[in-house]
Design a protein around this ligand. Structure first.
Ligand code: TRP
Length: 425
């Protein structure tokens, strides 16, 4: 069985906290140890430029995130670990994909819509006030990150699922337009790690200012843990572990047996101060070694830089090859290039049935997206049956008037229209 490719990136705008560790970095490192996967992990610093215009902060976050992955034991011989901006193929692919992405698709992106909504609520006349083209086309850059390496599985938080869907749509459109070169990725959302609570009990997140940075010194770690919200139950009173942030955090680190023991202590009325001390000691013991490692790496950034550049070499070998195919397929070719006729069929044969099915499904979705206005016209017509027949007749004429490749494309569209309109015929 061919290996699945798993890929994920972290935007370099912050310092990693416990939520990032449990939700993204730890499971990613585990996956990279699994020989069933090829893994690509990267620092999304082009993405950082979208939401952060403070250069010091972007640079510091990039150092911290790079050192964090390494301090936690990522084996860069197993995983390909790189900085997005070291891969010039990514912005190039972004442009090629931008030319295949309908503006309407981007209008629907949550991040963009949220900014428009905020402007509307603030009573701004210009609903696009303060919105950059970077923010607007953010999902295309993300699609390029993913499609560049033909990734299969993208572990992300819930807020990113829409972006993976968009990457699929964009890939489908490219495949339909040119050649089926791009793999359709799938988002993987781990429900459990979505729920890691922060100091105030809400999801741990930079935007709530409730995080525990991963590698703070022991006394700071203890100070933060003491800030975790509890209820007013006194020592000796039974406490509910399932609604306790302390217990939830402990559970994320401890073994099942230790967790069961802690649950018992809660039911037997452990004092909050005692529970906080136990959590602190557990976290401190778990994190002290990687913390030392992190400090060592942060004072040897030349080494970290070297690791990243080596990762970039590895990533670029794959990216350059894939980009070359994409360039040729879309018409960016040496003047003397002659397309080999059998190339497409050969590549198709190497794919499994399941892959072909997925490509086909994506291709159909992409065609349907383009045909949607026509289908809407029929759906809104008074005499739907007449409208459907007229549309199909028109399309049939178009098919007949075209030559070879264009004809095949129109024929595909006609077939899909026939399927979609069957109910009116
Ligand atoms: N946008 C993602 C986030 O903010 C980070 C990211 C960039 C990413 N490119 C990616 C994640 C590609 C997965 C795959 O979390």
């Amino acid at each position: 069985m061919s290996k699945k490719t798993i890929l994920t990136g972290i935007t370099t705008t912050g310092i990693p906290h416990i939520g990032n560790y449990l939700g993204a970095i730890k499971p990613a490192i585990q996956a990279s140890e699994n020989p069933a996967f090829n893994s690509y992990f990267f620092l999304a610093d082009y993405h950082a430029l979208i939401k952060c215009h403070d250069p010091e902060r972007v640079a510091e976050s990039t150092r911290a995130i790079a050192a964090t992955w390494l301090a936690l034991g990522l084996d860069t011989d197993k995983a390909t670990f790189y900085r997005q901006t070291d891969i010039p193929e990514i912005p190039e692919l972004t442009w090629i994909l931008t030319c295949q992405t309908s503006k309407g698709l981007m209008n629907r992106a949550h991040a963009y819509k949220a900014s428009v909504d905020a402007n509307r609520e603030a009573g701004k006349e210009d609903l696009d006030d303060g919105i950059t083209m970077g923010l607007f086309s953010y999902p295309i850059l993300m699609a390029a990150d993913i499609l560049m390496f033909n990734a299969d599985i993208i572990p992300v938080g819930k807020d990113q699922v829409q972006h993976i869907e968009m990457a699929r749509d964009i890939a489908g459109r490219f495949n339909h337009q040119f050649e089926p070169l791009l793999n359709l990725p799938e988002a993987q959302v781990d429900e459990e790690t979505q729920l890691i609570p922060g100091l105030d009990g809400r999801k741990m997140s930079k935007s709530y200012d409730n995080t525990i940075p991963l590698f703070v010194e022991a006394d700071e770690l203890y100070r933060l843990i003491k800030l975790i919200k509890t209820d007013s139950k006194g020592p000796g009173e039974p406490k509910d572990p399932d609604t306790s942030t302390l217990f939830q955090l402990y559970r994320c680190f401890a073994t099942p047996a230790e967790t069961a023991q802690m649950r018992k202590s809660f039911e037997e009325g452990i004092a909050w101060g005692e529970a906080k001390k136990t959590l602190f000691e557990y976290l401190d013991a778990t994190l002290s070694k990687p913390r030392e490692q992190y400090k060592a790496l942060m004072s040897d950034l030349g080494y970290v830089e070297e690791v990243l550049l080596k990762g970039a070499d590895k990533a670029r070998a794959v990216a350059a090859e894939n980009l070359q195919k994409v360039r040729l397929a879309s018409g960016i070719r040496p003047l003397t290039y002659v397309a080999p006729k059998s190339q497409v069929t050969l590549e198709k044969k190497e794919k499994t049935d399941e892959e072909l099915e997925r490509i086909e499904a994506g291709r159909q979705r992409a065609i349907l997206m383009q045909l949607k206005p026509l289908l809407d016209q029929v759906a809104n017509a008074e005499d739907k049956s007449a409208a459907a027949k007229a549309l199909l007749a028109e399309k049939q004429l178009e098919v007949e008037s075209l030559k070879k490749k264009a004809r095949q494309k129109a024929q595909n569209e006609l077939d899909l229209l026939q399927q979609e309109l069957a109910q009116w015929l």
